[in-house]
Ligand binder design. Structure first.
Ligand SMILES: Cc1ncc(COP(=O)(O)O)c(C=O)c1O
Length: 336
């Protein structure tokens, strides 16, 4: 593998791990070398969007150990997402066991410490039994596959430019935004395409009801920093990011005040630094935000250089994930 030039995309590995929910119980997870899934054409995942997924990474440290970051939080979030979509979810134990098995079966695909690539882990849960009326499935498939990936945004830790999307909503105020389900991402594809075509890395969504408050970015939560305070939106329609949850703790550890609250659009221009955060995006500083409603661009710093606090947070998060720094909050599971 050319580890230093990996894209954030699918690369074949040895195989994946699967288990099924049937007759009221989960089967034991087993390794499967096939990349294919055979489905009934009336499976609920195909018609009624009964699918939820997760995303986490395995990191190879300088010491050669492979670490998972807060895997139990991904297991809990899958349970929460599945509960909202009337799906059976694997228990936390089963989720973690399947993740461990999938990584262990693909150890030679975990990128080395140097170079910024990681092994992305994608747990997927789908309703498989047939329904024609709108009803939940009674059978489910849980798959964990892995793929080595490079940075989500080309250039890694470099400011990106984003555009406020005033023409599309990703999720309704009382809808599925807090669940990691495919429908939210389907709803963002056109918007992402329009943003990319205008030269922006991603779209920034506002609250769908009033268009007054910041929700989140396409694949990541939003944060702003000012007066030694880390500010991040509180909204029912955004995904509760495990990275953001961790950064809030790290910000407090660094002596910053943390505010999780509604963030009015007008406040964007008052931040000294802004960024997006998530497993894939890690911390990606935002250089500029364009608002088509006012035709104005907000620039953070010189628009090209990451801010000092974002950089500090990024370095500390990465150091814990790779085992370069102590793990005071017990976030890391050493796989081997
Ligand atoms: C819509 C959305 N928001 C936020 C995040 C960040 O969440 P996490 O930090 O748990 O990866 C993701 C990525 O999973 C996402 O898809």
């Amino acid at each position: 593998m050319d580890w230093s030039n990996l894209s954030f995309g699918y690369h074949p590995t040895h195989g994946n791990v699967r288990c099924c929910y049937q007759d009221g119980k989960w089967s034991a997870p087993v390794f499967n070398a096939s990349t294919e899934i055979t489905l009934h054409m009336a499976a609920t995942c195909l018609h009624y969007g009964q699918e939820v997924f997760e995303g986490l990474k395995a990191y190879c440290g300088k010491d050669g150990k492979i670490r998972l970051f807060r895997v139990e939080e991904n297991a809990k979030r899958m349970i929460n997402s599945a509960t909202y979509l009337k799906m059976e979810a694997p228990s936390q134990e089963l989720f973690i066991e399947a993740v461990r098995m999938a990584v262990n079966a693909n150890l030679d695909f975990v990128p080395p410490y140097e170079g910024g690539a990681t092994l992305y882990i994608r747990p997927l849960l789908i309703g498989t039994s047939p329904q024609v009326g709108v009803k939940p499935a009674s059978e489910f498939l849980f798959v964990v596959f892995v793929t080595p990936v490079g940075p989500y945004f080309k250039g890694g830790f470099q400011p990106v430019n984003v555009i406020i999307d005033r023409d599309h909503d990703r999720a309704a105020p009382l809808g599925t935004g807090h669940a990691k389900t495919g429908g939210n991402y389907a709803a963002s594809l056109l918007s992402l395409d329009v943003s990319n075509q205008q030269g922006y890395a991603t779209a920034l969504y506002l609250d769908a009801r009033e268009k007054k408050y910041v929700d989140e970015c396409g694949p990541a939560n939003f944060f702003g920093i000012k007066h030694n305070t880390y500010v991040t939106p509180k909204s029912h329609s955004i995904l509760p990011s495990i990275t953001n949850m961790s950064i809030m703790t790290l910000a407090e550890d660094m002596g910053l005040k943390v505010e999780r609250r509604q963030v009015p659009v007008q406040e964007l221009q008052t931040f000294e630094e802004a960024g997006e955060c998530g497993t894939a995006a890690v911390i990606t500083p935002i250089g500029k935000i364009f608002d088509p409603a006012t035709d104005q661009t907000i620039t953070y710093g010189d628009g090209k250089t990451a801010g000092a606090i974002s950089t500090q947070l990024y370095n500390q998060l990465r150091a814990i994930q790779y085992g370069d720094a102590p793990d005071p909050h017990k976030w890391v599971t050493v796989l081997r």
